[in-house]
Design a protein around this ligand. Structure first.
Ligand code: BG6
Length: 504
């Protein structure tokens, strides 16, 4: 990729090398990055395997099969595969055994006097502490001969207390600057563009506040169900799985002030200020600020799909929410009394993710004779499908008439022929370069748990849940959340083509 720096040679050590995340996301991302020359050929991809039966050849075969399934371009091009294959190394051993870390140490490659190493913990969170304390004890986190960084996946804790505890534990072994907490939404092109859009232009800044914005809607709708992840999802539900992390992170980027620079801490300082300003949800009024529901059986894209409770490994009387929505207020000068509405769910009609900024109406409708209710202006950042921006304005229909129409200014990000990176590529590359702005800092994680804590507690105490039919947007009580906002929740099935559209 033109102008993008290649990261210095690095040992990329994957804990959980035979896991699902490694197969689906990490290996394809590394292969693409190698293809773009963003990773040095002197780097190593070291898989940690517990089973003694693994051999280097078997690890190579495993990587080959994974890429065949998830990034076949590398396999179809012998030179690309050869260049990835030459980077593969293996360390056998259990992450609880000190001897494994000794072997790992011997496997690390030193280039130009440096043994830079990125430890990717693609393992269940209950093993984080064991892995990090052993890395520390074996001296593997010492940075005297190159950087040592740890990448961790969500969930980071499962409530405020456990997240604080985990942060405390990490601090015993490793500096905050060495920890890269992944939230893959921050690696999405559309999410990164929010910052560019806000801070590389002046045109919207005067409007970006409570004087002009009625409310903000952040929606992530998925048509897939819980799939094979019931073991994890039963304990998390939509609130923890999506809102505590991804949607709240996106909200901070919409709401934050301009940072003093793009330095990781400068950006994260501003995000933390937003999180700290979120008005606590009163524990006795959770129903006014939060909605949850679970999918019943239904039809999606013409196919019958089972109810959540009938999915494999789900408790048949499960109270886990597969849909959650929150209404948050940010108590500061810019956003006082502007609702931020966050919603996400599985088994909804379509896979759509977007951020919609809905503006206030003009103070007087001069066109009431032709249009009794002027539609509000909306600025939509679309994350999926087709990342891009749409601005909805009101305009006169051309010709001899006095009709108004909605005019959609649609700007897709994708340029024909361009190859945009996946979130994991962006994030891995940033971690290799030591850029931290797209990773969550300890205080950010704690603050976002603080925001959802009253809701988690209330939902735990009252376990009864309501249902929605899979494939429908008929979520009980969802519309009540719009009280005090102009209009309804956005209809995510509407797609806008550049140009005039109906006013409704
Ligand atoms: C993950 C959640 O973090 O994000 C999943 O655990 C969810 O439940 C996924 O499906 C959604 O990510 P994306 O990038 O497909 O919107």
């Amino acid at each position: 990729m033109n102008g993008i720096p290649q990261a210095d040679p690095c040992n990329i050590v994957i804990f959980g090398a035979s896991g699902d995340l490694t197969r689906r996301k990490l290996l394809p991302a590394l292969a693409r990055m190698r293809g773009w020359n963003l990773i040095s050929p002197d780097s190593r991809i070291i898989g940690i395997m517990r089973d003694q039966a693994w051999q280097l050849d078997a690890w190579r075969d495993y990587v080959h099969e994974s890429l065949q399934e998830f990034h076949a371009e590398t396999i179809n091009d012998p030179a690309s595969w050869e260049s990835i294959s030459a980077m593969l190394e293996l360390t056998i051993g259990d992450l609880t055994e000190p001897s494994m870390y000794q072997h790992l140490r011997e496997t690390l490659k030193t280039t130009n006097g440096k043994a830079n190493t990125l430890f990717y913990l693609a393992i269940p969170p209950q093993w984080y502490e064991t892995a990090v304390s052993n890395l520390h004890k074996s001296g593997l986190l010492d940075e005297s001969d190159g950087f040592r960084r740890i990448v961790i996946e969500k969930p980071f804790g499962n409530d405020l207390d456990s997240a604080c505890e985990l942060n405390r534990t990490f601090r015993e072994y490793v500096k905050e600057s060495q920890i890269y907490r992944i939230d893959h939404y921050l690696g999405k092109e559309g999410v990164q563009n929010l910052m560019v859009f806000r801070f590389a232009n002046t045109v919207f800044e005067p409007l970006w506040n409570r004087n002009y914005i009625d409310h903000v809607q952040i929606s992530v709708s998925e048509s897939i169900g819980v799939e094979y992840r019931a073991g994890y999802y039963e304990k998390s539900g939509a609130l923890m799985d999506m809102i505590q992390s991804h949607l709240i992170q996106v909200m901070t980027l919409v709401a934050m002030e301009a940072p003093v620079s793009l330095d990781g801490n400068a950006v994260r300082d501003e995000k933390v200020k937003v999180l700290k300003s979120v008005r606590p949800i009163p524990s006795d009024q959770v129903d006014q600020f939060a909605v949850r529901a679970q999918y019943a059986g239904g039809t999606i894209a013409g196919k019958r799909v089972p109810a959540y409770r009938d999915e494999p490994d789900v408790n048949p009387s499960s109270g886990t929410e597969t849909f959650a929505a929150l209404k948050l207020y940010i108590d500061n000068w810019r956003w006082q009394d502007v609702p931020f509405l966050l919603r996400t769910g599985k088994r909804l009609p379509d896979r759509v993710s977007e951020i919609a900024i809905r503006f206030k109406k003009p103070p007087k409708n001069l066109f009431s004779q032709v249009e009794e209710h002027l539609p509000q202006n909306e600025l939509i950042f679309r994350l999926h499908p087709e990342e891009g921006m749409i601005f909805l304005l009101n305009a006169k229909l051309p010709g001899l008439n006095d009709q108004l129409r909605k005019l959609a200014l649609d700007a897709p990000y994708a340029v024909t022929g361009s190859d945009s990176p996946e979130a994991y590529e962006t994030l891995l590359h940033d971690a290799l370069l030591g850029q931290t702005a797209l990773f969550s800092r300890a205080d950010e994680v704690e603050e976002s748990w603080r925001i959802v804590a009253p809701v988690m507690q209330a939902w735990k105490q009252h376990s009864s849940i309501r249902f929605y039919e899979a494939g429908s947007w008929d979520i009980p009580d969802m519309e009540n959340m719009m009280d005090g906002c102009i209009g309804c929740w956005r209809d995510l099935s509407t797609t806008y083509k550049h140009g005039y559209t109906s006013t409704s």
